[in-house]
Structure formats: structure tokens, C-alpha cells
Design a protein around this ligand. Sequence first.
Ligand SMILES: *[C@@H]1O[C@H](CO)[C@@H](O)[C@H](O)[C@H]1NC(C)=O
Ligand SMILES: *[C@@H]1O[C@H](CO)[C@@H](O)[C@H](O)[C@H]1NC(C)=O
Ligand SMILES: *[C@@H]1O[C@H](CO)[C@@H](O)[C@H](O)[C@H]1NC(C)=O
Ligand SMILES: *[C@@H]1O[C@H](CO)[C@@H](O)[C@H](O)[C@H]1NC(C)=O
Ligand SMILES: *[C@@H]1O[C@H](CO)[C@@H](O)[C@H](O)[C@H]1NC(C)=O
Ligand SMILES: *[C@@H]1O[C@H](CO)[C@@H](O)[C@H](O)[C@H]1NC(C)=O
Length: 240
Amino acid sequence: MVLSILAFFTVEVPQLQYIAEYGSNVTMECRFPVDGQLNLKDLSVSWEQKGLKEQKPKEVYTLQKGEEDLKSQHRDYRGRATLLRDKLNLGYSVLQITSVKLMDAGSYLCLIDYRGADYKYITLEVKASYTRINVQIMSEPAEEELVLICQSEGFPLAEVFWQNEKNLKVNVSVNTTYTLTTDGLYNVTSMLTFKPNASGNYSCTFWSKELNEETSYIFTLGSYLLLNFYIGVATMCACE
Ligand SMILES: *[C@@H]1O[C@H](CO)[C@@H](O)[C@H](O)[C@H]1NC(C)=O
Ligand SMILES: *[C@@H]1O[C@H](CO)[C@@H](O)[C@H](O)[C@H]1NC(C)=O
Ligand SMILES: *[C@@H]1O[C@H](CO)[C@@H](O)[C@H](O)[C@H]1NC(C)=O
Ligand SMILES: *[C@@H]1O[C@H](CO)[C@@H](O)[C@H](O)[C@H]1NC(C)=O
Ligand SMILES: *[C@@H]1O[C@H](CO)[C@@H](O)[C@H](O)[C@H]1NC(C)=O
Ligand SMILES: *[C@@H]1O[C@H](CO)[C@@H](O)[C@H](O)[C@H]1NC(C)=O
């Protein structure tokens, strides 16, 4: 008899996988049957996360017999994970994580105990788009070269492509390097060094296969900039 009662209690997930942007807020949801008015004192909810690398699950949020239990909450989620209490009456256990970090990615266990117990897993992926490109233009008059620099942060690692109207048929050298930020993002810097001989547009593009996204910045090398560049070069030459 007990077994047949348990069989009725099933946790369901409307969405198995979520993708959240780094720094954003995400809500993940699982559902359980509530017959009539919810009796909060009978309800225990537990959300646990298992990261991509860690072996040991972390407690994200616990509701014990209707009472929030923050003592056991893992420090990584302190102040960032909460249960949307007003959704419980509907039989929705909605976990909200704010200011999503890369380490939040992984598998989440949603366990519900309410006159029966069941659980389901939900996957969270975290991405960080290379949305903001910082740029710099430098000149190396001694070498008669211009240096264009593009820098951006994101995850996973992006490649950087440079282009101009002639698809870079000019003699250029590209140097792309990266470091890791304390948050685990890739800080990618790419430099294009070349001898400009005409005005034109040059663009850098951050491209990531995994993100399936690209972001570009277009440098417009107008004649004014080039004139100043050559005045710089000429001044250098006059000094020699
Ligand atoms: C994320 O949630 C927090 C707390 O509810 C709120 O202050 C913040 O504005 C939200 N951020 C975004 C990007 O929605
Ligand atoms: C610029 O230089 C490239 C090769 O260095 C040459 O093919 C191109 O014709 C030059 N453009 C102009 C406008 O001189
Ligand atoms: C390209 O530039 C490098 C260094 O600036 C130089 O050594 C090389 O000869 C150049 N190649 C052509 C085809 O101009
Ligand atoms: C590329 O840039 C990095 C950092 O600025 C520098 O250490 C490295 O020597 C450069 N590599 C080449 C091939 O120019
Ligand atoms: C990324 O790298 C650039 C250039 O190396 C540096 O100026 C910047 O502070 C770095 N940003 C972060 C968030 O580490
Ligand atoms: C560079 O881009 C600007 C605006 O995007 C455009 O008006 C201009 O014609 C471009 N220059 C060249 C040489 O294609």
C-alpha cells in the first residue's frame, strides 16, 4: 500500500536544461503535486548542485518542514540562492540564483518531500559572451607601423579574427594572448601590427564555436588619423 502512495508522488521538470549568462539571474523549476491547500509544515525541499569538476555536491538551498535552513547552505551560494516561496502553493519549487558565476554550472538535484518523496536533475550551463570590446590604437613611428588592439572577456575561449576590405592582403602580424581573470573568465587581447598605406576599415571579431556567437569592432582609419600617423613618422625621420 505504501508503495502505491509513493508512486503517485512524482517530481517533474518542465525544462531539463537552462543556459544562463554570466552575471545574470536564473530561476530553475521543478513541480510536485499539491492536493488543495499546501500544508507548509509537511514540506521539505532540497536543492543540491554538483559542479563539473567537484565530486562532492554542494547544498544550494534547503527548506526543512516549511522552515528555511541556511546553516547547511554552501558558502558559494550564500546570499545568492533563494526559493520563491509564493510559488510553493502552486506546487512549484523555484530556485533563484542571482549574479550567476561560472562555477554554478553543473547538475542540480531537486528533491521534494511532501507526503511522499521524489527528485529530478536539472542541468545549468553558464556562458559569458564577449559583449564589450575595449580598443586602443597605437603607433610605432620608428617602425612606421600602426598597432590596433582589441580586448574582451568571456567564456569559453574565443578566437580573434582581423579583417579589412581586402581581407588583410597587406603585410600584417597578429598576436593574440589571454590570461584568466579571478572569476575564471578568459581575458583575450589581440594586436594587429601593420604598415598602413591607405585609409580603410579594419575589424576585429571575437568568435567562439561553443557560444555560437561573434562580436566585432570596426576601426575606421580615416585620412586624418593616417595623416597624423605620417606626420609622426616624418617627425621621427627629421630627428635622425
Ligand atoms: C537579480 O536579482 C537581484 C535580486 O533580486 C536584483 O536586485 C537584480 O536587479 C537582478 N538582476 C538582473 C540582471 O535581473
Ligand atoms: C598597400 O600595400 C599592399 C602590399 O603591401 C599593396 O598590395 C597595396 O596595393 C597597397 N595599397 C595602396 C593603396 O598603395
Ligand atoms: C612583412 O613584414 C615583415 C616585418 O615587418 C618583413 O620582415 C617581411 O619581409 C614583410 N613581408 C612582405 C611580403 O612584405
Ligand atoms: C605577443 O604578445 C605577448 C604579450 O604582449 C608577448 O609576450 C609575446 O612575445 C608576443 N608574441 C609575438 C610572437 O610577438
Ligand atoms: C584584461 O587584460 C587587460 C590587458 O592585459 C588588462 O588591462 C585588464 O585589466 C584585464 N582585465 C581583467 C578583468 O583582468
Ligand atoms: C568604412 O566604414 C564606414 C562606415 O562604416 C563607411 O562609410 C566607409 O565607406 C568605410 N570605408 C571604406 C574604405 O570602405
